[in-house]
Design a binder for this molecule. Sequence first.
Ligand code: G1P
Length: 293
Amino acid sequence: MKKVRKAIIPAAGYGTRFLPATKAIPKEMLPIINKPTLQYIVEEAVAAGIEDIIIVTGKQKRAIEDHFDKNFELEYELNKKEKFNLLEKVKQPSELANIHYVRQKEMAGLGDAILTAKSFIGDEPFVVLLGDDIVVNELGDPATKQLVDQYEKTNSSVIGVQTVADNATHRYGIIDPASQDDRLYEVTRFVEKPAPGTAPSNLAILGRYLLTPGIFKHLEKKYVGAGGEIQLTDAIQMLNEEEKVYAYDFKGNRYDVGETDGFIKTTIDFALKSELRDDILAYMKEKIDENEK
Ligand code: G1P
């Protein structure tokens, strides 16, 4: 069985929900507290044993490249001033993994973005992490590591899922489960964004995938699906028809940072878990009191 060493992180979207902030910087660089959302994602990949990461970028990639690169001037200055704590923070992103970049030429969908990284992946299993979801599993392994463990048991593709509310199924890829063994499902069908009321279950694909390289020949068909885009979910269903693709209900709290309200809630949650806790809690109490008057 081949070891999972590579990851694809798509980061080419326009980030329209965050305009005008995302006019000149990628949405993946927006921070939760003091760390860009993309760094949380890269750290999760590294914690799963990933060594090489390819980030699929669009027009604005400079800030991403700079963030994961060395910054000699800044490091020199911080060193000279003996600000070693800050120096560590500046160096850390550039020491996480080997990071590579490829550009998606047109915004033709998630499936097309993954296809862009085909020659980087070659004939190996790999993971895909989407930046709109940050997953925190405080008591155990991060989501991607959980998928790698399932791959090692099944030697098959494993797609991360969690239960979502009835009124949210139309926003996700949804599975039609065939059988269940603890958290692992065999799947009859993967369907991208089913119309409201038609979803075969409430188990939604939530931005974490472990895929065998067999996926690429299906992506190459460039089948146009939901929203007029080349959907990864459709290629996964085609793969599922020729080799087993499992779904795994991964453990962990999932934060939707792709929406402005989710972004604010994530910021509050992370602040309450940090040294800012007492300050923020006191401030929130003050605000609640004010609003109740
Ligand atoms: C994408 C996938 C979808 C998945 C979702 C997870 O959709 O196409 O299957 O459920 O990410 O967040 P998007 O949110 O890009 O529309």
